[in-house]
Structure formats: structure tokens, C-alpha cells
Design a protein around this ligand. Sequence first.
Ligand code: MGD
Ligand code: MGD
Ligand code: MO
Length: 768
Amino acid sequence: MRYTAAHWGTYTVTGKADAPDLTPLADDPQPSVIGRGWLGAVRDEATRIRRPSVRRAWLEKRDRNRSGRDSFVELPWDEALDLAAGELRRVVDTHGNRSIFGGSYGWASAGRFHHAQSQLRRFLNLIGGYTRSVDTYSHAVGEVLLPHITGMSNGLFQDRMTSWSLLEGNTELLLCFGGISGRTAQVMSSGTTGHEVESWLGRIHQAGARIVNISPRRADVSEALEAEWIAPRPNTDTALMMGLAHVLIEDGLVNRAFLDRYTHGWPHLEAYLTGKADGTVKSADWAAAITGIDANRIRDLAREMAARRTMISLAWGIQRADHGEQPLWMGLALAAMLGQIGSKGGGFGFGYGSTTPVGRPIRPLPWPSLPQGRNAVADHIPVARIADLLLDPGGSFTYNGETLVYPDIRLVYWTGGNPFHAHQDLNRLAEAWTRPETVIVNDIWWTPTARRADIVFPITSPLEREDIMINRRDGSLVFMDKVLPPQGEARDDHATFRGLAERFGVADAFTDCLDEAGWLKRLWQDSAAVAERHGVTLPDFDAFRDAGRFDRPDPAGEVIQFGDFIADPEAFPLDTPSGRIELYSDWLASLALPDCSGHPVWIEPAEWLGAADAGDRLHLTSGQSITRLHGQLDNGPVARATKIDGREPVYLHPATAARLEVSAGDIVLLSNARGKALGAVVVTDGIREDVAWMATGAWYDPREVDGELIDVHGNPNTLTIDKGASGLSQGNIAHTALVSIERWTKPLPDLSIDRQPDLSTTPHSPSV
Ligand SMILES: Nc1nc2c(c(=O)[nH]1)N[C@H]1C(S)=C(S)[C@@H](COP(=O)(O)OP(=O)(O)OC[C@H]3O[C@@H](n4cnc5c(=O)[nH]c(N)nc54)[C@H](O)[C@@H]3O)O[C@H]1N2
Ligand SMILES: Nc1nc2c(c(=O)[nH]1)N[C@H]1C(S)=C(S)[C@@H](COP(=O)(O)OP(=O)(O)OC[C@H]3O[C@@H](n4cnc5c(=O)[nH]c(N)nc54)[C@H](O)[C@@H]3O)O[C@H]1N2
Ligand SMILES: [Mo]
């Protein structure tokens, strides 16, 4: 059988050689809708990058005004590689390697070998290194905070999440902050052979659990689960949790024996909650005023939580907000107060449903990946500080207890990511993006980022190359067959960096004298050695390649979060200063940060509905799209079919639509001090009246209309805030933004992002 795989699932390759088709695996309980748009996007002539291309104004006069609407000159591969190598060499020689930004965040594609960022880093490390980025857009707050308060890295915390199978029949109350939705559970970084989250939820519900969806959107939990829907004002979850906590204190429902034995610093938090510390009692009434949730509802819920086996679950998105540390920490504290951590079905979860594998009852195996070598440059930024880095060379900032300095970046190399989708306040990023002397981008498509590069290399999609899908939290390994010939003159990232490595005289070190087939074999052999150490025998490479799929014989493995520690805290202390769950961190307190204290606190977000100046603005939340992976496949038929007049839908409550005098299908203008974007109205009563929801991922397409810069496509990051969650994590705050909305009455401007940029060829180019 022939297979291929993506972050959104695994497919058998069917159909004829010249007309292939992709069929989801027969044993996948709920294949993703995203995959239906894959072949269409890969073959979309209008948006594929076909040849190496150089921005004309940069080529002619080293112009840096990267507007996204520039003309490009197509060049033969050799000439484009010469140009790129020349720029890299110039920057290394005149400014040093720390002036190269190779942070290049992004999801790229599934497949161990053709992992775009690993290829870039392997190459850059061979020429002296680069300034890197740390943490993710997904859960930067968790990555920084969890080690301090639980002693576990975010990765380990995810691996040890109490298994779905242990929630079934044990959990009586599943409290989901930010929901648990099949929408986001479609995806798993580096690939999955199944989608089982909704099946698990169904079974947990059937076994008697009541589910409460705490989210501005009802659809964040599937209708079939008959969940109660509580919709607090966005970004007020911390206050809601504190209100619940205070009821537990008042009613004598706090499990003090648990707090004494397993946590550190409860008296600090208790003094804060009761108001002893600051004079404000964090009562249910106090929480009601902040969250907009009835105080009696808060009281009843708190009592129910104490009476039942309760799992408190937070979607990752809750911490992608201003002061995102606080709900994460307070959620854990609330679970500790209930004293159910370490039980089957109770406790605390972070990211159930945020991607497919979280909570999957599987024994993870530490599969190998492409060796990247050593980076000789120490400089790094938290990933979401990219615009600050470019705008403020020499400036300093705090991160995880340190004060760091932004290096002076002269060259940006981005591969496998789309910052002009991912980053907040895109108009600010566009300004920052004019600072470097040179920008090089590898991508499959003419994304908004590729259009803002000086040198663009056309890359094959995974359908046009061979690879191996191995994922530590999946039960199968898949040989990814080549389904289509490379489109245009596309090459893979490895071949591109090999071309650059040749020009630096380090080709053999880069390739290890192996070609693609040789690397796949080596990765398989390394995997076999890992498997052997864990008692699993892999077939030899040729047998694996022929069969296309290998199912691990022993994948099952159930865990209870904090299980060992709860069973014996002396024998299995946590890796925190106190050896326990830290409800107060002496270290954090010693940092004296204005926006992250020694224990969870309620701090008003930069923008929120309770702000004195909120007026009749709406809170914009912008989560993941059901139709695509971030910006990927936005140019495919599935994503396009959900757009209205080609614009991204914005979900509004009927009362809000009536107030704004708009109806379904109308085009609206969303605006705030940072930017303006068009959207198309979808009316639903499944949203708070004062919230607008717009999926991320529509390719940013700003254009001047009557003197105003408007993203005419509908990327919510035109409107979001580019600020760190706090001086601790510096995580992005995508879910914190207020917007005004009004009907668009002018003629609808054309998109430019759905077609090739203005391209020409040099006279001597063979591709004229
Ligand atoms: N407002 C708002 N913004 C958000 C979020 C949000 O919730 N709200 N979520 C954030 C989160 S959690 C994330 S993870 C980020 C995601 O942001 P990104 O990961 O940057 O988004 P992608 O669109 O997945 O970018 C991957 C790019 O790699 C390209 N690509 C795919 N395969 C290959 C390959 O083999 N080689 C090369 N060279 N390129 C390839 C794709 O075409 C695509 O352009 O967005 C963040 N942004
Ligand atoms: N289909 C699809 N699935 C994906 C992805 C994709 O691009 N497409 N991307 C993957 C990636 S990289 C990631 S990191 C995960 C992210 O997974 P999540 O973080 O779980 O997803 P989000 O959609 O950002 O947020 C979940 C929901 O939280 C709600 N919410 C927002 N703000 C608040 C708030 O202040 N309080 C409460 N209570 N709720 C709030 C919103 O309604 C939102 O729909 O998704 C993954 N899954
Ligand atoms: Mo993410």
C-alpha cells in the first residue's frame, strides 16, 4: 500500500499515477476535513511558487520597502543560490553570525527528514550559527511557567496528561476552559494516523460525566455532548477561577490536607483570595462583576466541583492572552484546592483537544530527528518578539528571569513558517520587516511572507517527495510516498541548503555524503535502535517501505498526571525548589515583575470588555480554523468554500448584528488603533453578544483604499496586539484585542493574494 501523511492525518494514495487521490485511513475514526483541500492547494497554479524569484527593487537597488505587492524576477536556481550565498557571506563577514536571524518558527510539514527548520539550522550551524528563537506560539506561557511551578517541561507535562481512558467512567464533571473541540483536535504536529478525541469525549459523556464549556463560543464543545455553556468575558478566566476558589474557602470545601502535603505557598494565595493581602475579597460577587457570570452560578458550580470527581481542563488558547500565566497557574491551584490531582478522572489538564495526541493513552517513544549540529551563537529571542527584535537592535527585555539584548539583525532566513500569518499586529511587523538588509524565504506558495522576501526559493510539497512520518505519540510509522512530480522547478529544503552549503565549501558536512534515500535509511536505522532499546523490533527499511506502514505492537500506556508524586511525594518529589506544586514561587516573587507575581493574581488585560474605555467595542477572539492548518491550505478549495465573496467569516451574535445593522453575508470593516480588516458576517447565537470570532489563517492582503490601509482578506492579526503576555514568558497574546465593527459600504476591493505576484524573467533566463 502507498501512503502519505500530513499534520492533519495519514492517507492512502489511490487513483492513477497522473490523477492521484488521497483517501483517509480506513481505521481513522474521524478524518480531518483539512485534508480534503490538500491536493487542490498543492496544484493551485495561481499561488504555487514555480521558480526561484528575486524581488526586482531589491535586485536593482537593494530596496527594503517590502510591501507584499512587489514585482519579482525569476532566476535560474544557480543564480539565485549564488545571490543568497553571497548575501549570507557578506553578512557573516561584515556583521557576524549573530546578525542572521534563523529562528524561522512554523509548522512546516510532517516528515522527519524534510523538516524545513532542521534543514535550515543544520546548514546555518555549519557556517557559524545564527540568532535563534525559543518557545512556540502555541503555549509559550506553559513552556516558561510550568517548569517553575510543576518541575516539568511543557513537553513532559503534555506526555503525562491523565489518559482519556482514565477519564472515562471516572470523571464526573469535566470543566473545559476554552472548550475541547474536534476543530483543533484535527491536528498533531508531525502527523497522526487517527483522530479519536471526539470519540473519547463521547465515551466520557456516555459514562456519566457532565461537561461544562467555559468559552465565549458554544461550538468549542460538540453539541452531541450536551454541555452546559458558560460564556465569561474573554480573558477573565482567572477571576472566575478565583471566585470559585473563594466559595471553596467560604464553604470549608478546601482540601487542606492535600495542600499541606503536596503544595508550597498556599498561605500566600489564601491571603490574596480572602483579601487579607490586598483588601479585595475575591468572592463570587467580585468575580461576577468582572466575568459577567451570575454569582449564584459561580457558587453552585464551586460546590458541584467539590462534590464530584472534577477534571479542570484548559485549552492552550487560554494562555495566548495578556497575563496568560495567571489562568494557567490558577487553574492548577484550583485543582489542588479540590485535592483531586493524582486521581483517575480528577485533577488538572492543559491542552486536551488542543491537538490530537494530548491525553492519548500511549507510551511515547523518543524517535530520532535530523541532527542539527551546534549553534556557535548564543543569542536568542522568545519567538513572539520578532518585531521588537527587528525594530529595536540593542534594546533589552526580560525573559524567564534574565535580561537579554536584541542583536542587530541584517539578514532573515525563514523556512517552513509564515510570520505574516502567525504574528500579532501585522502592520507593525510589516514596518519591522523593512529593517533587515536581506530576507530569504523558502516556501511552497506565494504566502504573504514569501511576497515580502528578497530571494524566494520554490519548495516541493510533501506530496512531491519521500519521507517518513514518525511521531512519539502515535502508534504507527508511515513511509510517505511521492504522489506527484515536483511542481514547476520546486526543490526540497535539503537540496536548497545543499546548494548553499556547496557555495560555502561545506556540502559534504551538510549531506554527510548521503542523498534523500540514504538519509531516510539512516533515520530508519536510528529509529530501529531507539525501538530496540524500548523492546520493539522494527522491520528492515525495504520491508517498511514496501508495506508503507508499521504499527507498533505495544503502543498502549496509561498515565495519571502527577501520579507517582501523589502516591509518594518523598520518593518522587517534583523538580521544583520545594519539591511540590508551587502555588507560590519564591523565585518568581524575587523577580519583582509588574505583570507576574509570586502567586496567581488577577490583573486586567491590556484590552478587555470591562475596561473603562471599552465602549461598545467587541472582544475579538481568533482561534484555529476548522478548514486549514494556520495559513496552510488557505488557498485550497475547502478553505475557499467557507469564505464569502472571498473574505474570511466573522461570527457575530444576532443582537450584535442587529445593533450594527448588518446581516449574514454582509461585508464589515473591523478596526482598532492597530489596523483595519474586512470580514464577512456569519450570524450565530452560539457566541457572546460582545464577542466577535474570526479564524486565523486568511493570507494577509493589505491594500490602500481611499488613503486607509485595509487588509481586504480578513486576517485577525491585523488587529491583535504585539506585546508579551508578561516579562516572564513573553508569550504572544493573540486572544486579547478589542475591535469596532461597521458595515462596509464601499465597492469590495479585489484580493491580490490569490494570484501570482507580478513576475518577469531576465533575458538570459532559460525559463522565458
Ligand atoms: N490571531 C492568532 N494568531 C495566531 C494564533 C491564534 O490562535 N490567533 N495561533 C498561533 C499558533 S498556536 C501558531 S502554532 C502559529 C502558526 O503559525 P505558522 O506555523 O507560521 O503557520 P503555517 O501556516 O503553518 O506556516 C507554515 C508555512 O510553511 C510552509 N511549508 C509547509 N511545508 C513546507 C516545507 O516542507 N518547506 C518549506 N520551506 N515550507 C513549508 C507552508 O506553506 C506555510 O507557509 O500561528 C499563531 N498565530
Ligand atoms: N483545524 C485546526 N486545528 C488546529 C490548528 C489549526 O490551525 N487548524 N492548529 C493547532 C495548533 S498549532 C494549536 S497551538 C492548537 C491550539 O488549540 P487551542 O489553543 O485549544 O485553540 P484556539 O482555537 O486558539 O482556542 C480555543 C478556544 O478558546 C476560546 N477562547 C479564546 N479566548 C478565551 C478566553 O479568554 N477564555 C475562554 N474561556 N475561552 C477563550 C476560543 O473560543 C477558542 O475557540 O490547535 C491546533 N489544532
Ligand atoms: Mo500552535
